[in-house]
Design a protein around this ligand. Sequence first.
Ligand SMILES: [Zn+2]
Length: 171
Amino acid sequence: MMPAPVPPFKRLLDGYVLNEETGCWLWTGMLTATGYGVIKVFGRFVGAHRFSYELHKGPVPDGMEILHSCDVKACINPDHLRAGSHAENMAEAGERGLMRGGDRHPQFGRKRPPGIKNRLSKPVRVLGKLYSSQNEAEAALGLGSGTVLYWIRKKHGKAEFISRQEYEANA
Ligand SMILES: [Zn+2]
């Protein structure tokens, strides 16, 4: 008789080592070429960080990616994981590329470059309503940071930039 298969959540929780310094849960199983952990769940290979997020925090919202606040791709600590848009993921990777050294925790003391701040302060129309900035719209609608910009870039009508005059005339 075959031994009973070990359930995926147990393999996940047995499959990492804690880095006591950073708190990262480092995946000890299979890794992708780009360094993400991989686990086989019900016959399918999935990202170990993604599986960990779903296990601890719930389903990943449609179209969202799981971002590492610690920047360690093999880390599966749910406290280091959050859902964000692809645009946000790319924007963060770019910002981190500008940082000196790679050993600091990227979420502490991280500032947006001035160019990004200016762009975020432009008024936007999101789902038919006007907001003074992308940040305001995201806060009002409970969206992840970067979602509005992602929608604007997709140009499918969910979000667009509007002029300051139009915002002030209708606000
Ligand atoms: Zn981590």
